[in-house]
Design a protein around this ligand. Sequence first.
Ligand SMILES: [Zn+2]
Length: 444
Amino acid sequence: MATRRTLIEHGTLIDGLGNAPFKGSVLFDESGILAVGEMDPAVTADPGLIRIDARGKHVMPGMIDAHCHITFDEPHSNDELFFHRRPGLAAIIAAYNAHKVLQAGVTGFLDADCIFDLGVDLRDAIEANVVAGPRMSTGGYVMMTGVGGTAGRLLPDTGTRGYGVVVGSREEIVAEVRRQIKIGVDWIKVHVTGIIPRQAEAGEIQIWSLEELRIVVDTAHQLGIPVAGHCRNASSTRDAARAGFDLILHATYMDDEALEALVKHGTPIVPSLTFQANLADHGDLVNASPELRAIFRREIEESAAMLRRAVDAGVPLLCGSESGFALTPYGEWHYRELQLFVEEFGLSPLEAIRCATSEAARALKMYGKTGALKAGMHADLLVIDGDPVADIRILGDKRRLEHIFVGGRAVSREPPRARAPISGWRVGQFAERALTWDMAHGRG
Ligand SMILES: [Zn+2]
């Protein structure tokens, strides 16, 4: 049975493909977008249409966040994330957070790695309409070598913890890729860089060999599954591109060789500068350490020029906010990556919107199927009271999001219920600093 059709009329349309905005209407139902632009009067005369008057409003595709950690629940530290989460409750809370993400105008996201392999279950629950959420594409545990990835010695020598699984031999790598694909992941994710103590080079270094990366990619590709890499230095981005990775998260600190490899292979990148920018710009509000803030500011400054060169050379650029941490809570900062693309890379707002819509659809494995106002696309779209082309930050103001549609269905606009603290869920501390004799006696 055909579903009821909706007509959003008289709006200014931003197509998500980078074209100049134009006046017109959008006609759609649950099967997809039926027509865009000037409408045939015979069609708009249908009394059975659901009509939305978008005069003075902007209509655009829903945002797609290519880097969102839906199962983390805003941890304040890796210790909290790795040692204060339990699988059942984490899944229930992830569903609560998916609702928040959707209410921020995000109609699709990629969660490339999740704690306890929960992503597959959440995705299936969203698709079955058991819980409300954006379209979701998911990985399982992120694969790391024994040296420990971004969480260093918090990771065990073998097995899983938090969002990570440690693999060593070729046999282990192949077995883990196949295991994840068996449970139904959309993506395999690899931490290609990690933090090593007492190393000369500051920041993250490559923790996989090119040979090992090729084993991951060949095994996954043979089964039709793409591979995403967390790459936060030059050699990791170069080798991930050479190994055939399908998506690179961060791609920061590139050198010429890394850039050349990216361009040659056309590997899409998700710089994910929002976490760093939030820490650098607003870290004082949440008592982040000044040293950490300086490190992250430097990562943006040192990477922006190379990332811009990659974009100019035709490398696909996707918006991903790294939402899911205390510094990037759900439903708050998804729009900020667009703003940073404008400010740091000099993109126009329309280009930034394209990176968060039609381009970011690559992360959902739905390139050419959603993320654009075009007949035949899925009807994932927003009606906004305001002009994001004049001011991209408008996309962060949830009060201006008048309508959200996913798959042609109106999203009910309920604010998330306020939640109370859960015992043992956040890291507790005895004190912020050590209580010395001097302090107790008014001398410290
Ligand atoms: Zn991430």
